[in-house]
Ligand binder design. Structure first.
Ligand code: GLU
Length: 418
């Protein structure tokens, strides 16, 4: 492994890949190719801060694979972003888009910054400089960024504008997760959460559990966690525990999600809301519930805490939330896992719809979006479940095998250049 990539998250992604490649007897040449990201760009981002001094931030864009189409994946603004983490997330995007059957490869970008410490003007300058620096790599037919942790519609709007300024005309399809006014899609913001609920409902049906009998615990109340909570609550489940970076709250009777959602948007921390008992992140993960949904950062469920989980279904809304050690423990304990590349694929599925609408200049209504999302993600769920049952393997192995097989087929068909 190139030392620059060496990071726990990249080691996890590669270890998963090795295991799957072995199980599916993937050709050695392809194994070597697919383990290494195709293209990685490191960019230094000098930004004039509001007080006049210049600070240089580190940015990345990694394109893991583009055999099946333009590479696709979000932009993460977080203080712990490294090249290795971005490379792992890019690899997962390749398997995710392939599993969903989208005509894309996988990519990811990021800047090592805590966006909450910047003013709006600094955030705009940082985003524009980043977009200008990675400009040679991106475009609607090359590589299409989107939102991820720490980025939002406004960041995507600045990104789209900077790209468009460089080429001299408006290119809405250069990025997804944009505001509606510049070619964004209805339903994109809630899409990851809606997809999580869609597949979890399928898992509940499979396990013959009624939605009214379902209790849900969610770690993380950002874009994904908050929409998942809201949509689950509307669907009739009881959301009993949620957390944000400061800690969690718990109410066995169910939390008032609509009210919490509104107040959290105004900046009130969950623990200051007086709607349930406070608890730590560790206690939250160990709550007894039907469905546990990690919707924050990677490697949250580990060999140390997997034994304490008391859920029947683990729906991975985050990317890479479960380590290999935890995977083995949960498997032994018969926890039904909806793996990340399946559970959270609603985001990139609706990103695909957004890009299709932008390229065609023809826009769909929200019920079309929801229905097509549900069709694609539910079909991916049943393909994965069917494969797992047929091959007597786990849902994670089945999902990865399915995705990796699509990518391998594309490489085989195209051959090796030159
Ligand atoms: N950041 C999201 C993910 O991890 C969405 C990526 C996209 O829409 O391109 O899947």
């Amino acid at each position: 492994m190139i030392p620059e990539f060496d990071h726990p998250t990249f080691r996890l992604a590669v270890a998963q890949f090795d295991r799957v490649a072995e199980a599916m007897n993937l050709e050695t040449n392809l194994r070597e190719r697919l383990k290494k990201p195709q293209r990685s760009l490191l960019v230094a981002l000098p930004i004039r801060m509001d007080d006049g001094h210049v600070r240089v931030f580190q940015g990345y864009r990694v394109q893991h694979d583009s055999a099946r189409g333009p590479s696709k994946g979000g932009l993460r603004y977080h203080q712990d972003v490294t090249l290795g983490e971005v490379a792992a997330l890019a690899m997962w995007m390749t398997w995710k888009t392939a599993l969903a059957g989208l005509p894309y490869g996988g990519a990811k970008g990021g800047i090592q910054v805590d966006p909450h410490t910047l003013s709006l003007a600094e955030l705009e300058r940082l985003t524009r400089r980043y977009a200008a620096e990675i400009f040679p790599l991106i475009g609607p037919d090359k590589d299409i960024p989107a939102t991820d942790i720490g980025t939002n519609q406004q960041v995507m709007a600045w990104f789209m504008d900077t790209y468009s300024q460089q080429v001299g005309f408006s290119v809405p399809g250069a990025v997804t997760g944009k505001p509606l006014s510049i070619g964004g899609s209805l339903g994109r913001e809630e899409a990851t959460g809606r997809g999580v609920v869609n597949v979890t409902i399928e898992a509940l049906r499979h396990k013959k559990i009624d939605i009214e009998e379902t209790s849900v615990v969610i770690q993380g109340f950002g874009n994904v966690g908050s929409h998942t909570a809201k949509i689950f609550n509307d669907a009739g489940a009881r959301v009993i525990g949620i957390s944000d970076v400061r800690g969690g709250i718990f109410n066995p009777k169910g939390l008032p999600i609509a009210e919490i959602y509104q107040r959290h948007r105004l900046g009130v921390p969950l623990q200051d809301m007086n709607v349930g008992d406070r608890l730590t992140n560790d206690e939250l993960l160990a709550l007894e519930c039907t469905v546990l949904i990690p919707a924050a950062l990677s490697e949250q469920i580990t060999g140390d805490n997997a034994e304490r989980l008391r859920c029947r279904i683990l729906a991975e809304a985050a990317n890479g939330p479960t380590t290999l050690e935890a995977d083995a423990i949960l498997d032994d304990r018969d926890v039904f896992i909806i793996p990340d590349i399946l559970a959270n694929s609603g985001g990139v599925i609706v990103s695909y719809f957004e890009w299709v609408q932008d390229v065609q200049r023809f826009f769909w209504n929200e019920s079309d979006i929801r229905q097509r999302l549900q069709e694609i993600i539910t079909a991916a769920f049943h393909r994965t479940l069917h494969f797992a049952e047929e091959k007597k393997t786990t849902m994670r192995m089945a999902a990865l095998m399915n995705g990796i097989d699509q990518v391998a087929q594309a490489h085989t068909a195209r051959g090796l250049y030159p």
